[in-house]
Structure formats: C-alpha cells, structure tokens
Design a protein around this ligand. Sequence first.
Ligand SMILES: [Zn+2]
Length: 368
Amino acid sequence: MTNEEIPNLTAFDDASLDEAFGSLEQQARKAAALLDGDTAVEAFRLEWLGRRQGRLNEVSGRWLKAAPPDAKKALGVRFNALKATVERLQDQAAGSGPTDAALAAEAIDITLPGTRRLTGAAHPITKTMNEITQVFTALGYSVGVGPEVETDFYNFECMNFPPGHPARDTQDTLVIANQERRPLRDRLLLRTHTSPVQMRTMVAQPPPVRIVIPGKVHRNDAADATHSPIFHQVEGLCVDTNITFSDLKGTLDHAMKALFGSAVKTRFFPSFFPFTEPSADVQISCIFCGGKGCRKCKQSGWIELLGCGMVDPVVFAFAAEKQPAYDPKKVSGFAFGMGVERIAMMKYGISEIGSLFAGDMRFLGQFV
Ligand SMILES: [Zn+2]
C-alpha cells in the first residue's frame, strides 16, 4: 500500500477540510486502481473500511474529536462522501471478478440430469406389522413395546415356563454369555417371543388392559424357507372382569376379516401354550382358493395362522405379586400371538423368508 499516515488536522475551515479529504480520496483512488484479485480487494477493504484499524475509522475518531463544534457538520458531510467513494471503489474492484479461466473451471453444466434421490418406503414386514397393529388399535387397544434383551424371568418363568420345563425346549433360545453366576431368573437372553411385554404391562398398570405388542424376537433356528433366527410377532392381551372365550373368538374373527377380507372364516382347534389355558390354534379359510383346496393350503381349504387362549391363572398370580388387582379369582383375559413374516409372506406371495432379510432392493422395491 502506498497510503500515507493520517496526519493530524489543525485547521477546520472549508478549504483545509477540502484539501485533507481530497488527499485521502486520491490515495484511495490510487490504491484501488492497483487492485487485482479477491485477496487484494479484501486487503483494501480492511485497510480503509476495517472497523477497528481502518483508515476511515481513524479519520472519524481523530479528526472529528479534534474539530470545534461549529466545524463538525462540515466535516461529517465530507467524511460520508469519502466513505461512499471508498465503498464504491471497493465494489468496482470486486466487480471486476474472477478471470474467465477461473469461471470456466467452476462452471456447472445445468443441462446434466440431477442426482435422483430414492424415495424411502416401509419394509413389507413393517407394513404388515403396522396393518395388524392398526386392526387392534381401531378396537381400542394400545400399543406396547419392550426390550429385546430380556431376563429369564420375564421371558419364561412368569409366562409359566418353570425352570426345567420341557416347553422351554420348543423355543431354542439365544442366551447372553457369562451369566452363570446370576440366579436363573435374572439371566439375560434374547427374547423368544413378545410375551414378556404382556407381563411388563400388567406389572406396570392395574386391569383393565387391552394391548397389542409388535416386535422382533430371536430363536436359535436354522434358516430355511420358512424359518429365520430373527422374526417378528404381534401379540395381544386383554384383561378385565368377565372376559370369556367368546370375546376371544369374536375379537380374532373380526381381526382376521379386517386383515384378509370379510369373506374369511375362522375356526379354533385345541392346542397347548404354557401361558394360556385353554389354548387354541386358529385357522382361517384359505385366502388363495376360498376354501376349495389348493397347493397353498395342502388341499385342506384352511391355513393355520395364530395361537391364542385364555390367560393361565398362574400368569395372573405372577402379575398379582406386583399388582394385587390381577387376582386370578377376580379377573380373566385372553392372549393371542401371530408371526408377522408368515402373514406378510401370505399377503405378498413370498416363498422364501430369507428374501425379507437379504436387503436386496430389487426384491424390496416390488412392495412399495
Ligand atoms: Zn387353498
């Protein structure tokens, strides 16, 4: 920079002010004429307009302070004119802009196609799980979730699978390592069903309960066309006074019609689950052949779809340890559970359960 020191101003008549400001303007014009490139323009801005050490700041501080009151106005007018000039000089220098070569290097071809963003969509498992859940929320059920890493107590013991009970063998369990020192009921495992959330719900609130529980469960099953070590369930629980088996039948018949169409029929067969008594398997009339018999239903006209039953008094007794209102003599209820994958596979005609988990977009994209 060729700028000179800002001199002290000693005379404040118009002629002296014109001379002093004129000299500054000349310096600014000279400096601006030499500017080349963004960095130089920025240096010019700092030198002249900088808030702290800029020359104009110094002028306004020193000259204005020294000016007698009757000269302040004349000085202010000239100062503002100088500032406007300097700002214009800066704009002009900046406006000269980058070189053509720099512009060409940065150029964007606006005729190229844009980056196409994929639209997200719910996984068929999620979609099916939401559909099932919504059937029950429409009946006034609330939705419950719980931990996937569960204690032996919640997963088995309180669901009436006592230690050593053979029914435990039907749910090949993945256990968390290094738990041997703990009492059996505190040992951690990956939940084998969503039933623990039934107990967690009852322990947390007195009856009545109407809850539907969607969630992921884990079993040490070898993967094949219809088995996967990870799968999903939707369970339900209804507890109140005077809940009967006909409430259970009516609820599930309605739910199946809501899910698969009003023409679907249901039938119930005796079955066994530790946590319900009596227990039943529910079959629906084949949705593929309407009950005439086809390959999908093995010519029987019926497809087995879910398990259910009246809550075993033993389960209520466990709940009553924390919530005495679950006195097995006073309340009754039903529970049911279904596999989401099986229903999704039926609804969408999927033959391999593994394809639901392979993450292949070509497969999943079909269900959007
Ligand atoms: Zn059929």
